[in-house]
Design a protein around this ligand. Structure first.
Ligand code: DLL
Length: 433
């Protein structure tokens, strides 16, 4: 099922004409209504009149979370505060949070893209969504909530945490859809099993997981624990929240709702466009947002983009699964490593549990990476020799994939901290000496 076939299966030429029309309008609005954007354009000597083709977007400067921070909280609003009906915010890793503002029409747009997303996962009327994304300033809870109601599903606004109660409701009310971060889905399954629930026998058929990077290995772990098909959902507060991109039933990349979120892939160092299919940083322009429109926002997320048609019938372009963020990339003794590369290795090792932590330390002036990974109960209680063999196998595989020697530490089941939202997998102790 496709929620909005007119848009989602639109011919490419027609889509590009629509994007171009909207891009010109956006540039004009930013020039008139947002002084900071006008200054940026003047400094680059570009303006709305320079947009003749979509490629001309590359003549405009990008913006980043630093620009948002400099204009915190409302310096980039294109509408007066009285038109704003909602505020969300993301915590950000350092300093001030990012604050996003929505007019009623922005909320309607968000509801529309979430309705499209849920429909792409086969969710509609008759479904019951247990929505375990956090409600509040985080966009996950309310984003899924409005989209769920729009498609006619029943929404249980349980929010994150309180895992025993989550399990009880899953089992008593019989939700067909679970929405939360992939790391929380794993944690919840573990609690359910420990509490004696028949997790595999739940009524779930679909899981919609996102808000943090995850790998195929984690997908398999989740699908093995629950009776559901897992879908990847992408989004970010600055752009709208969840609903920027979603997998369809073919799970071959995430469709981007490009009629409203125009994507580009650039080289994060040179800022030059990257050819289709190659990996780089995703940059998004919001084509129709009113209160907080952004032209060429650097997401920091690394992926590739394709416009190849998809078997599902959608003509919308697709991005690959997000590999990580440029600011999550670890540089260990000069080698660039994304945590997702390590996760892929770990998920392929028999006997380990899908819970790990990457600890970065200094030994003298040398960076040391310690990979802590939980092993299954049966292995931990086994002989020392077997544990050592497993450690060695993981170390060798990490070396083959990363070209880097890591210290591997197998730890007991349930000793690595669990999270109810986004997982914290990196502990960087290098600054502290
Ligand atoms: O995480 C919005 C969201 C809520 C998305 C619920 C999906 C589901 P922020 O807190 O602003 O917003 O974080 C945005 O999270 O730039 C990515 O680095 C990361 N991220 C989001 N979805 C995915 C995903 C929400 N599917 C940041 N895969 C983004 C990998 C993701 N990373």
């Amino acid at each position: 099922m496709i929620w909005n076939p007119g848009i989602e299966t639109m011919a490419r030429a027609e889509m590009e004409a629509l994007q171009l029309h909207r891009l010109k309008r956006l540039a004009a609005i930013l020039e008139t209504c947002v002084p900071w954007c006008r200054e940026q354009m003047e400094a680059r000597k570009v303006g709305p009149r320079d947009i003749r083709a979509l490629e001309d977007i590359a003549r405009f400067p990008c913006c980043s979370k630093y620009d948002l921070r400099d204009n915190y909280p409302f310096g980039l609003l294109a509408r007066p505060m009285r038109d704003v009906v909602r505020i969300h915010s993301s915590s950000g890793t350092t300093g001030k949070p990012v604050v996003a503002a929505y007019t009623q029409s922005d909320i309607n747009l968000w509801t529309e893209v979430m309705a499209r997303s849920l429909t792409a996962c086969g969710v509609g009327q008759g479904d019951i969504i247990q929505n375990a994304y956090g409600y509040g300033l985080f966009t996950g809870g309310l984003g899924v909530h409005y989209g769920g109601e729009r498609v006619g599903a029943t929404v249980i606004p349980i929010s994150g945490g309180n895992s025993k109660r989550q399990m009880m409701l899953l089992s008593d009310i019989g939700a067909t859809v679970l929405t939360c971060t992939p790391s929380y889905a794993l944690h919840l399954a573990e609690i359910g099993q420990a509490e004696g629930f028949d997790v595999k026998g739940l009524n779930l058929k679909v899981g919609i997981f996102g808000a943090e990077p995850w790998t195929e290995g984690i997908r398999q772990e989740i699908e093995a624990a629950y009776p559901l098909e897992a879908y990847d959902i992408y989004g970010l507060t600055e752009i709208i929240g969840p609903g920027v991109g979603i997998e369809c039933r073919y799970h071959d990349g995430l469709h981007i709702f490009e009629d409203v979120f125009y994507p580009e892939i650039i080289d994060p160092d040179t800022l030059e466009p990257i050819p289709e299919g190659a990996e780089g940083e995703l940059v998004i322009t919001t084509l129709t947002k009113e209160a907080f429109p952004l032209l060429r926002f650097r997401t920091r997320d690394i992926c590739s983009l394709t416009r190849e048609p998809c078997r599902c019938g959608r003509t919308l372009c697709r991005i690959s699964r997000i590999k990580g963020r440029t600011d999550d990339m670890l540089i260990i003794r000069g080698v660039n490593v994304f945590p997702s590369q390590i996760e892929e290795v770990l998920m392929n090792v028999e006997g380990t549990a899908p819970h790990y932590q990457l600890v970065l330390m200094k030994e003298g002036s040398l960076d040391v990476l310690e990979v802590r990974i939980e092993v299954q109960e049966s292995i931990f209680s086994d002989q020392m020799r077997r544990l050592e063999r497993l450690e060695r196998a993981i170390r060798e595989e990490l070396f083959t994939v990363l070209g880097l020697t890591a210290q591997v530490r197998l730890v007991e089941p349930r000793t690595i901290a669990r999270s109810e939202g986004k997982a914290q997998r990196i502990v960087d102790m290098r600054q502290k000496g």
